[in-house]
Design a protein around this ligand. Structure first.
Ligand SMILES: [Zn+2]
Length: 322
């Protein structure tokens, strides 16, 4: 690191570098502002880090501080932050931010894991363009050593970071919340979520946002929730008839068996010593009858309107009242 007399006006906003660290949440941005304006010294203590590239000075680290100063800090008398020059290439700078900088920042475990995984993926992609590329294992080992974790951890980080990026393509805000540890999603859950279609991922992110597990779509809507206006009347009637047919067969069969059984066990209508629980069996048949009755469609699912969604178990219609 080399102190410079560069000013903010000399610096270049860089698309790649600015996206390495996740954006601040509103509360993090507020925290940064407070720490600067109500700290012991009213100034930005950490320098803005840049590299020199083709005569320009792209910023590698300090985007949040830079944004704060430009949007607010300068107007409330906060002095311009210092700028330090790093003697690095672009590739080295990204590596340094993802792998080496972890300890310096108070990033939480999720973000560190994401950065290691992303570093591995980026480096593997870059190596593939080389003549004799290093293996995934070799690169993972280097990251493991420099970041102070095991190689196995780095390989898992890669999978989870891939899953988070996939989620981020559908819902960038949720991906950042997962990276920031604000919404906790386990390794297995993230990987499973990322296998869904964009529509599924979107719905799963909504579940997380509502404070449920990613695959918990909430309670199944009941017949009372069906829209009053009857749609798909014909289809609903067909399903109702199907269920009625099954219901009739099962109940008639069971009752017939029960009568036969009763005649065998009690030939003269006299209960034997080891009596069969006739009453309970009869009650069980009534329960089955009621359950099947309750299965009959009460209307179209208000969430998906016959398309089938996770909340209605993909049927598209709602069961009647239990
Ligand atoms: Zn539905």
């Amino acid at each position: 690191m080399k102190t410079t007399d560069l000013t903010m006006a000399d610096l270049v906003w860089d698309e790649e570098f600015s996206q390495v660290n996740r954006p601040h949440t509103p509360s993090e941005a507020e925290e940064l502002q407070k720490s600067i304006e109500f700290g012991k010294v009213q100034k930005i203590t950490d320098p803005i880090l840049v590299i020199k590239e083709n005569g320009n000075y792209p910023v590698i680290d300090g985007y949040h501080r830079m944004q704060y100063w430009t949007n607010r800090g300068h107007s409330v008398g906060i002095p311009e932050p210092r700028v330090e020059l790093m003697g690095m290439t672009r590739r080295e700078a990204v590596w340094w931010m993802r792998v080496r900088q972890g300890g310096r920042r108070n990033n939480d475990a999720e973000e560190l894991s994401y950065q290691r995984g992303k570093a591995l993926r980026e480096e593997v992609a870059l190596e593939r363009q080389m003549e004799s590329p290093r293996s995934v294992g070799e690169i993972a080992q280097q990251i493991a050593e420099e970041a102070g974790v095991s190689e196995r951890t780095v390989l898992r980080d890669r999978q989870k970071s891939e899953a988070i990026d996939k989620i981020g393509e559908v819902d960038a805000e949720m991906a950042n919340r997962i990276r920031g540890g604000e919404t906790s999603v386990s390794f297995d859950d993230a990987v499973q979520m990322s296998h869904g279609s964009p529509q599924q991922i979107n719905d799963q992110c909504e579940n997380l946002r509502d404070g449920r597990r990613w695959n918990d779509y909430g309670p199944e809507p009941s017949g009372e929730d069906a829209p009053e206006e009857v749609q798909h009347e014909k289809e609903l009637r067909l399903i109702r008839n199907d269920i009625a047919t099954v219901q009739k067969r099962i109940i008639v069969d069971l009752r017939t068996y029960l009568i036969k059984l009763s005649q065998k066990i009690h030939p003269n209508g006299q209960p034997r010593k080891f009596g069969f629980p006739m009453k309970e069996f009869d009650q069980a048949i009534t329960t089955i009858d009621g359950r099947l009755e309750a299965w009959k469609p009460a209307g179209v699912c208000p969430d998906c309107e016959w398309q089938g969604c996770p909340r209605c178990q993909k049927r598209g219609w709602l069961k009647g009242l239990q």
